[in-house]
Design a protein around this ligand. Structure first.
Ligand SMILES: NC(=O)c1ccc[n+]([C@@H]2O[C@H](COP(=O)([O-])OP(=O)(O)OC[C@H]3O[C@@H](n4cnc5c(N)ncnc54)[C@H](OP(=O)(O)O)[C@@H]3O)[C@@H](O)[C@H]2O)c1
Length: 292
């Protein structure tokens, strides 16, 4: 049986990866500041601790989901971001290669500049902000470390949250609850993708490991601006969407790409295609979080 180690198992994606994959594989999850049993603490900046962990748990696969993924935090803390997103990823990739452990590195659509969508797996990255640059550098280091390793690029994620603020999608519901007359970006086009669909896709890939290696794109297909998402969430919450204002220009600190649609040429031939209705799925999350 494969033994799958998951870094970032206390995070938005990692929690659902852990919950989903444990039904099929032996799974060991690691976190950092939020790690509580059964998730084990592991500081990825501590190289000796990483080696000791790999030697002790002997995973056959490592899904590396830990990262600093908020673009504005990355710009404000470049050293910590480079240490976690690049240096720790490169070290993990090399240590996994030495032990024949397959590394699946979770990357992002932000490696692209958003000017020439859709992007296939072979498209040339050109990140606009430090977050995207660190993920692109890590991708390169991971691919250089071993032909066994795989890059998994995903777009903006949503799913079960510890609070609605945790995801860049459901944070919009918090904004609406505080003020029903808010403004939202109507410029950048995004493809919100449910973390469970990422987990199902990785589960199916791990069942046929000969298909792994190189770069995969996983994305849902509904094109939406944050303003579109806000209108859907206003409807769910019972607020009039006519009170919302569409913003034509991005206002965040870190530059954002316009449209990074991730095109897939590898999953569909393998019979892997997960998708879900955004309104129904985000409604379940908002109502679940409200009832907690
Ligand atoms: N969320 C998105 O919309 C999105 C979009 C595209 C790509 N991605 C990529 O998907 C992956 C997962 O993202 P996410 O949204 O699940 O991230 P997240 O919720 O912010 O979680 C980050 C994880 O990294 C861990 N971590 C932070 N510093 C660490 C350290 N020094 N050592 C070990 N672990 C550390 C955190 O542990 P603690 O919380 O326990 O400290 C947490 O488990 C990332 O690679 C991200 O770049 C995410």
């Amino acid at each position: 049986m494969q033994k799958v180690m998951i870094t970032g198992a206390t995070g938005l994606l990692g929690r659902t990866l852990y919950k989903t994959l444990k039904h099929e594989f032996a799974v060991v999850g690691t976190g950092f500041s939020r790690a509580t049993a059964p998730i084990l603490p592991l500081d990825l900046a501590d190289q000796q601790a990483v080696i000791t962990f790999l030697e002790l748990h002997k995973p056959t696969v490592l899904i590396h989901a830990a990262a600093e993924r908020k673009p504005d935090v990355c710009e404000n803390s470049p050293q910590q971001t480079i240490a976690l997103n690049v240096a720790a990823s490169e070290f993990l990739a090399k240590e996994c290669a030495k032990r024949n452990i397959r590394l699946l590195f979770i990357s992002t659509d932000y490696v692209f500049d958003g000017q020439d969508a859709p992007y296939y797996e072979s498209a040339t990255p050109n990140p606009l902000n430090l977050y995207g640059q660190t993920k692109q550098q890590a991708e390169q280091a991971v691919l250089n470390a071993s032909p066994l390793h795989t890059i998994i690029r995903v777009p903006v994620l949503y799913g079960d949250v510890t609070s609605l603020n945790e995801s860049a999608v459901t944070v919009i519901a918090t904004q609406l609850k505080q003020d029903d007359q808010t403004s939202h970006d109507n410029w950048a086009i995004r493809y919100p993708t449910h973390v469970e669909d990422i987990a199902f896709t990785l589960r199916d890939l791990l069942i046929q490991p000969e298909a792994l290696g190189g770069i995969f794109h996983i994305s849902d297909s509904q094109a939406m601006t944050k303003f579109d998402m806000a209108c859907v969430m206003a409807d769910i919450l019972g607020y009039p969407s006519e009170l919302l204002t569409p913003q034509g220009k991005p206002t965040q600190t870190a530059a954002r790409p316009y449209n990074c649609a991730l095109a897939d040429s590898r999953l569909k031939p393998l019979g892997i295609a997960y998708s879900r209705d955004f309104k129904a799925a985000v409604g379940d999350i908002i109502n679940g979080a409200t009832n907690k």
